[in-house]
Design a protein. Structure first.
Length: 275
């Protein structure tokens, strides 16, 4: 669904999203409360704090397992010259602007508090060692990619094998029945923001932490997934860029156009492995 040309407030933009899209399923339970707070005139930071407080009281945040260990504050609270990640680590406050990008970032904090905290701690550790440099370095680059554009895939091994080999026809057509047993969760908040206007070329970085573990069914709940990913993330692993591309709208059942298999014939988007 396209965003309204005349609407430029975050409340208008958030209300215009099609929350029934499959990639927004993890956030759907929070959407009604969030939209109500925004429509009442709250900032994104205030609306997220309200949802977080509700979660603390055992409220309606379906699937959330723990209160996010942060407060959301206005962007102006970030001191000039201080690194965003370091500020969060030291103050447990997340500078938040009134836009969709930061709205999705806040929702990720509420849904995946362990993973977001782990990413922040790893960023802070890298800054402590090397400072804030013009070039981030391999680990900080990978942390940013994970935070902004990652997806998590739980799927049968043949799907993983085809994805790693970039065998798109096999992945999406031959193995299509197996996708009934697969689960894709988009984590990156910039990725979610891009999908406000779905386009065929939007590509996620799938984190390669999932293929051989854990046991089937162990990650069915958002809590289990959050804790497992947080425990799996490390600086050494991220330095090796553990990602593989996945075109989001190619996921079976996620976009009506991919029911016509010619959708996958576009070699500019579904590219083979680089030799």
């Amino acid at each position: 669904m396209s965003l309204p040309a005349g609407g430029n407030t975050v409340a208008t933009l958030a209300a215009a999203l099609n929350w029934q899209q499959p990639w927004l399923a993890p956030w759907r339970a929070e959407a009604a409360g969030l939209l109500a707070h925004l429509a009442a005139g709250q900032s994104v930071a205030s609306a997220l704090n309200s949802l977080n407080a509700l979660n603390t009281q055992g409220g309606s945040l379906a699937g959330a397992c723990l209160r996010a260990p942060v407060r959301f504050v206005a962007q102006a609270e970030l001191p000039a010259g201080q690194a965003y990640e370091q500020f969060i680590f030291e103050t447990r406050q997340v500078p938040t602007r009134d836009n969709l990008h930061d709205l999705f970032n806040g929702l990720c904090w509420l849904q995946f508090p362990h993973t977001k905290s782990r990413l922040n701690a790893l960023q802070a550790a890298q800054i402590a060692v090397g400072g804030v440099l013009p070039t981030r370095g391999a680990v900080r680059d990978a942390l940013t990619v994970f935070d902004e554009n990652s997806a998590l895939l739980m799927a049968p091994q043949p799907i993983w094998d085809a994805l790693l080999a970039r065998q798109w026809q096999r992945l999406f057509i031959e193995l299509r029945p197996l996708w009934r047993d697969a689960r894709v969760v988009l984590f990156g908040h910039a990725l979610l923001e891009k999908l406000a206007n779905p386009r065929k070329q939007i590509t996620a970085h799938v984190y390669l932490g999932m293929p051989d573990k854990p046991e089937p069914g162990a990650l069915e709940s958002p809590c289990s997934l959050d804790r497992w990913v947080a425990s799996d993330l490390s600086a050494d692993k991220l330095a090796d860029k553990p990602f593989v591309p996945l075109q989001v709208l190619g996921v079976p059942g996620w976009w009506a156009e991919n029911e016509n298999f010619s959708f996958y014939d576009d070699s500019d988007i579904f590219r083979p492995v680089k030799r």
